[in-house]
Design a protein around this ligand. Structure first.
Ligand code: FAD
Ligand code: PYC
Length: 416
């Protein structure tokens, strides 16, 4: 039998007269095996894999807005796995392998396009850092290669490699399997596939409290649409994680930042790959609709406004105009921001919490879109089995106590 919000809301309205006896229980019995807080890509993927791989079908995904309306629908869609440390390579490469067949698995075209990701180097220091990533990846069997400026230009013809540039292109790394996927299709694909497996996705349903029993274990949540019971809760509420976890008295080692991006008016195909530069705080690709998708570094003040400061995007557009003079006269169509939550080592937190039954998946910062399928799969395993999946294990909260940090600042793709 499938359980719908109506059944549960009736449980929470038990004080009212006229409800049948079975709906008047003041402490509703667990109606779901698990609740996922947040219907972004990671939350929806978690629900999908819980149902498809781990036999947990009675799952409710609760979303305060609309599905995919958070960072999942606001990111710049870059997919890659060229991280420095083995722990990160494990999780991002796991995701990369899932991307290859995701459209088939979900029976929904997520438009994964392995068009190649270039990471530019503009100084001797950049060259050393970028080459270090290339070598580390190749040692782990992950594709990545170093290109000279001329090879970089050959791969990306509109790129300006003039030595007279203020920040000249001295070379680049290329991950050929990297590229893009359509972000909203990823959310919709996971949502539809999860729904078909019996998962309930409940929008306009903000979690406002986490209920706990006498032993401290979670028993369910309160929401703007009533109480919902479940013995397991996975919090996947990027940008708002600290707020949700505080409902269970857990303090998170996170800061929230605004990250912004913009798109140009649409044009015919002009840019064949993804180009990123941490040095000049800019990255660019072209969407299937023809827009140039351009992103900036993080705004350095804390804010929950889903928009960014103009001087940040102005700086980005100056850098893009230097690197791609042909784009200088294009017009901007729209810009927006998203709220990302960031850890001190720029790596995520995926796993158990001190509260029995409460699990958390957060801290993906500026780079979690690419991880969506891998993150969902290992988080689902962790929730289902109650122990960390081996790929997720290094990303426990414990590392902030022990100091075993996974410093991926240079691989984050975005200047912080
Ligand atoms: P979200 O999609 O944000 O989902 C969290 C959901 O939780 C939201 O829908 C929110 O409404 C909901 N929620 C919050 N509080 C509650 C509550 N109390 N009750 C119920 N629901 C709640 N990553 C890349 O890999 N490549 C990129 O190119 C890239 N570019 C980016 C560009 C920008 C401008 C931004 C902002 C981010 C970018 N990222 C990128 C990062 C990426 O978008 C995120 O890491 C990823 O989307 C996080 O997914 P998520 O499902 O965890 O979060
Ligand atoms: O992690 O690849 C990334 C990324 C690019 C833009 C924002 N994040």
């Amino acid at each position: 039998m499938r359980y719908h919000i109506g059944n549960l809301l009736r449980g929470s309205l038990s004080g009212q007269t006229g409800w049948p006896a079975q709906w008047r229980d003041p402490a509703p019995k667990p109606s779901y095996e698990a609740i996922v807080v947040g219907a972004g890509g990671h939350g929806l993927a978690t629900a999908y894999y819980l149902a498809s791989r781990y036999g947990v079908n009675r799952v409710a995904v609760l979303e305060k807005g609309w599905l995919g309306g958070g960072n999942t629908g606001r990111n710049t869609t870059i997919v890659r796995s060229n991280y420095l440390w083995q722990e990160s390579q494990g999780i991002y490469e796991h995701a990369m392998k899932l991307w290859q067949d995701l459209s088939h698995e979900l029976n929904y075209n997520v438009m994964y396009s392995a068009r190649g990701v270039l990471t530019l180097a503009h100084s001797v220091h950049d060259i050393q850092i970028v080459k270090r990533h290339v070598h580390a990846n190749r040692l782990s069997g992950i594709d990545n290669e170093w290109l000279t400026p001329a090879q970089t230009k050959e791969f990306c013809p509109p790129l300006n490699i003039s030595p007279s540039l203020r920040y000249p292109v001295l070379g680049a790394s290329l991950q050929r399997r990297g590229g893009t996927a359509r972000h909203d299709a990823v959310a919709w694909g996971f949502a539809r596939a999860a729904d078909r497996l019996g998962v309930d996705i409940i929008q306009n349903c903000e979690v406002t409290a986490i209920r706990r029993g006498p032993d401290g274990a979670v028993t369910g949540v309160e929401t703007t649409r009533g109480a919902i019971a479940a013995p397991k809760i996975g919090v996947v509420a990027a940008g708002h994680t600290s707020h949700v976890m505080a409902m269970a008295d857990v303090r998170m080692p996170l800061e929230s930042y605004t990250l912004q991006a913009l798109v140009s008016e649409p044009v015919k195909p002009v840019l064949p790959c993804v180009v990123m530069s941490n040095g000049v705080h800019a990255y660019i690709s072209q969407s299937d609709k023809g827009e140039l998708v351009i992103g900036s570094g993080t705004d350095q003040y804390l804010s929950y406004a889903q928009t960014g400061a103009l001087h940040i995007s102005t700086h980005t557009l100056e850098a893009i105009s230097d690197l791609f003079p042909a784009f200088r006269r294009m017009r901007m169509l729209r810009n927006w921001g998203g709220i990302v939550d960031v850890t001190v080592d720029r790596s995520p937190i995926v796993g158990l919490t001190p509260v029995p039954g409460l699990f958390v998946n957060c801290g993906w910062g500026t780079g979690g879109f690419k991880a969506t399928p891998g993150s969902g799969e290992v988080f689902a395993a962790t929730i289902a089995k109650g122990v960390p999946h081996p790929i997720a294990a290094p990303f426990s909260m414990e590392r902030f106590r022990t100091g075993r940090l996974i410093d991926e600042a240079a691989a984050a793709g975005v200047a912080h």
